[in-house]
Design a binder for this molecule. Sequence first.
Ligand code: SF4
Length: 220
Amino acid sequence: MAKPARRRKDPARVTAIVDGLRRLYPDATCELDHKTPYQLLVATILSAQCTDARVNLVTPEVFRRWPTPKALAAADAEDVEAVIRPTGFFRNKAKSLRGMARGLVEDHGGKVPRTMAEMLELPGVARKTANVVLGTAYGLPTGVVVDTHVARLSQRLGLTRQTDPKKIEQELMAQLPEEEWIDFSHRLIWHGRRVCTARKPRCAACPLPCPSRQAPSLVS
Ligand code: SF4
């Protein structure tokens, strides 16, 4: 994805959102437990359609049994499926994990690559996963992570009307300074989990400038 031209429809409001999120969650980071880029890549693949808390219950056993890409690439498919089953979609995820591990071993000397193009060639890795790993493990601002929380909150906050994650990401990249891309997505995810939840946003507890703010009587 080419870097979009900076387009800030309402720069003061975007800045107020960025600053407000920074004040609320100065230390926000990825909530998937990991110690290495490889572990974060495994955890992020497992996090599709699953909570981070549940992934964190499963990954210690995954990392114990298959501590390296080489070990995971050689793992038995049924063994991997059995261990990751609680995260859902376990057959597809096991296929992605073993394929990703083979890709790391065969094309990258067993290391997680550092570019978006190389990441996207790995089985089971799309932009969201690549942005999580490159941003959190390597500190590389390759884009903005757009998960379900970032998509929902970006719409509520009036930062986009798009529904396709790739288009949402393009619009966020165009409006946000590049140095904010990594932390902004962590903070928006934290806000989506703690305050602006899908079913019951706690607008009374939210200091962000937001066109979707609901009156207290509507959110009780
Ligand atoms: S004001 Fe309400 S809808 Fe808007 S971001 Fe805050 S919690 Fe979400």
